[in-house]
Design a protein around this ligand. Structure first.
Ligand SMILES: [Fe+2]
Ligand SMILES: [Fe+2]
Length: 147
């Protein structure tokens, strides 16, 4: 799979987890299997962000056509990080943070899938994206082996 296919798959998986967490009764603490689900969402998003920044953004950060988008994307990643930290504190407010996380993530994903990824396809080419896909798969395998 190409880097873009893999990153899109991450987006779908994360959104699915966010939507499952939204089904938790309002006012309930995040615990048990839901806390475990949040843990998986947090690891998945943290790894996704890391992979994008190290492999994908890195090669687009110095190109005229994408440098502004990449700068903005870094900021958006930090927003997602902050919301994950907010949700990690035991509090009933986690629902509010989840709503904010969903909105921020959705906005960011739309930008990536509609603007950044098509540009990357054009600027980097199929071969480069295949190669990046292999790198991403290797990082994920390594993580799975040490988890
Ligand atoms: Fe991103
Ligand atoms: Fe992404």
């Amino acid at each position: 799979m190409t880097a873009i296919e893999l990153l899109k798959q991450d987006h779908d998986e994360a959104m699915e987890m966010i939507e499952r967490l939204e089904l938790v009764e309002r006012g309930a603490q995040l615990r048990g299997s839901n806390l475990e689900l949040f843990g998986r969402l947090k690891s998945a998003l943290t790894l996704h962000t890391l992979i994008e920044e190290q492999i994908f953004y890195h090669s687009l950060a110095n190109l005229k056509e994408t440098d502004e988008l990449i700068k903005k994307s870094y900021d958006e990643h930090r927003t997602v990080d902050e919301l994950l930290v907010k949700m990690s504190a035991p509090s009933q407010d986690w629902r509010v943070a989840l709503g904010e996380l969903k909105a921020a993530f959705r906005r960011h994903v739309r930008e990536e899938e509609n603007e950044l990824f098509p540009k990357a396809e054009r600027l980097l080419g199929a071969q480069r994206l295949q190669e990046m896909g292999r790198q991403i798969t290797n990082i994920k395998r390594g993580k799975a082996a040490t988890a």
